[in-house]
Ligand binder design. Structure first.
Ligand SMILES: *[C@@H]1O[C@H](CO)[C@@H](O)[C@H](O)[C@H]1NC(C)=O
Ligand SMILES: *[C@@H]1O[C@H](CO)[C@@H](O)[C@H](O)[C@H]1NC(C)=O
Ligand SMILES: *[C@@H]1O[C@H](CO)[C@@H](O)[C@H](O)[C@H]1NC(C)=O
Length: 485
């Protein structure tokens, strides 16, 4: 019986784990389009080219064919040259197709046929070759992207040794033998060179993909890959966690989950970043967890720019009884969010909604400046957020800016008699605009970095609001860093 219930519990746990796994949508997605991959292929061509530019020595060959005894020695392939390279997307990965592959080759030959003995050396130019190299992208155990070489083939259309004269017929027998040798050695040596470029040279660069960035001292954004990147005929999709975490409360999961990110339907730019509102909402959650959404104001802690007397004078007309009891005495305001603000994004607008409490207390000058609670207000507000981009030295941040708050005020409790919420609303708006807007803008104005790879700079970046996500379309420019290839 006990055993059974344990089983049931673990089945339930398992189902919970599986089902929560299924609903774990990414917070952000990077899409590389054909245009982007074409650009990266263009940059990659010289690297692949120089990797192929190598000498391959083929062991000496000897044997007998149709009574001809032959010896081939000092066989060398060199000067492998690739003219063009194109990137072909498919569900099996990215295939680089190289066309117009040409190579040079030389060898010494000697053969004996009955009493005839001949030897010499020849140089051959082989053209019309082609190359195909498939690249896969995976998620490594640390959530970084990693490339794998998967399937490579180099073909030459046939080694055609053209001899003249009476030797022609006999020597051309050797062409067939060389054909297979050349293909084999190109395949093995050329391909191992290519996979070394991809796995040994390119991966250190790919792995500079920034999976986390510090936002404030105690807040991080997590851009680690949630899955292996997905190749389709149109794009390479890289799904990222896109989640803010408060370092202190690392284990606290936000009480909401990411909505699915829709398929991209436009491919004109090199790359897109789709950031769901989930990312912004985990930011708000982390700021709330870290108690950043909390301001304590008193006359001596008032920001210098704010020109409002934080004294009971504010309420002289609005709550006369309060003023009369504590005339011209200093106030302290304790403002805090009661739950993390929520960002809603629609095509025309990004709107942040939040609610909080403002507690007013007075420094009672009649009583040694003892702090006496006066009243508390509940405030629901929303504001339009101007979402933007800030680019400095090749790095790009998504930023936000707010200008005015729509506030609704209700009275939560009062020790100072009846308060008319309608009358007090204008004052609260004034306080909100002076205190909350600079606070929000101080975080949002700095913004958060969008994930990057060393040396990849964004160009002509645009930001578009969509239903439940922000779409950032960009072209990229690769600026090699000193330590990179
Ligand atoms: C981008 O955001 C990060 C994290 O908030 C910040 O440290 C950095 O200074 C920002 N960059 C710019 C140019 O503001
Ligand atoms: C109110 O606070 C200011 C600044 O701290 C101080 O100079 C002033 O004396 C205070 N007023 C009263 C009535 O305590
Ligand atoms: C509150 O003030 C408004 C505007 O001054 C007024 O119209 C309303 O009647 C007042 N409400 C109460 C309950 O006194």
């Amino acid at each position: 019986m006990i055993n059974n219930s344990i089983k049931i519990v673990s089945v339930v746990t398992l189902i919970t784990i599986i089902s929560s796994g299924l609903t774990d949508y990414p917070g952000a997605r990077i899409v590389l389009t054909q245009t982007g991959l074409d650009y990266l292929t263009e940059i990659g061509l010289p690297y692949l080219q120089s990797a192929l530019d190598t000498t391959i020595n083929i062991p000496d060959q000897s044997g007998e064919k149709f009574l001809i005894y032959y010896e081939l020695s000092n066989i060398q392939i060199w000067g492998i040259h690739l003219k063009g390279l194109s990137a072909i997307l498919g569900s099996n990965g990215l295939t680089l197709k190289g066309t117009d592959l040409s190579i040079k080759m030389r060898l010494d030959y000697s053969f004996t046929f009955l009493v005839i003995h001949e030897s010499g050396s020849i140089e051959v130019d082989i053209s019309d070759g082609d190359l195909s190299q498939t690249i896969l992208a995976k998620r490594d155990e640390n959530g970084h992207p990693i490339l794998q070489s998967d399937g490579c083939a180099i073909h030459v259309s046939g080694v055609n040794l053209e001899f003249t004269g009476w030797l022609d017929g006999i020597l051309n027998l050797i062409s067939g033998i060389l054909d297979d040798l050349v293909e084999d050695y190109l395949d093995n040596n050329g391909c191992s060179r290519l996979s070394s470029v991809i796995e040994d040279d390119l991966n250190p660069l790919i792995q500079t993909f920034q999976t986390e960035a510090n936002i404030e001292e105690f807040i991080e954004i997590d851009y680690s890959l949630v899955d292996n990147p997905l190749f389709t005929d149109l794009e390479l999709q890289v799904d990222l966690k896109g989640e803010f975490v408060s370092v202190k409360q690392y284990s606290v999961e936000p009480p909401f989950s990411a909505p699915p990110i829709p398929e991209l339907t436009e491919f004109s730019r090199m790359a897109y970043l789709m950031v769901s509102t989930y990312t912004a909402n985990t930011a708000a959650f982390a700021y709330q967890e870290e108690e950043f959404l909390h301001i304590n104001i008193a006359p001596d802690t008032l920001p210098a720019k704010v020109d409002i007397p934080i004294t009971t004078v504010l309420f002289q007309d609005l709550i006369p009884a309060f003023y009369n009891k504590y005339p011209d005495m200093n106030l302290t305001l304790n403002m805090y969010a009661t739950k993390p603000p929520i960002l809603k994004v629609t095509p025309g607008e990004a709107r942040l909604q939040g609610s909080g409490i403002i507690e007013f207390a007075v420094y009672d000058a009649n009583c040694d400046n003892a702090i006496v609670h006066a009243f508390s207000l509940e405030v629901d507000g929303s504001t339009e957020v101007e979402v933007g981009l800030k680019q400095v030295a090749g790095a790009t941040n998504v930023t936000g800016k707010i200008e005015s708050l729509d506030l609704e005020v209700s009275i939560l409790d009062t020790e100072v008699g009846t308060i008319n919420a309608t009358k007090i609303t204008d004052l609260i708006r004034l306080l909100g605009n002076s205190l909350i807007i600079p606070l929000v803008n101080s975080f949002a104005g700095v913004g958060w970095p969008i994930p990057a790879i060393d040396g990849i700079e964004l160009e002509d970046t645009e930001l578009i609001l969509r239903n439940d996500y922000i779409l950032i379309g960009t072209d990229v420019n690769y600026v090699p860093q000193q330590s990179n290839p």
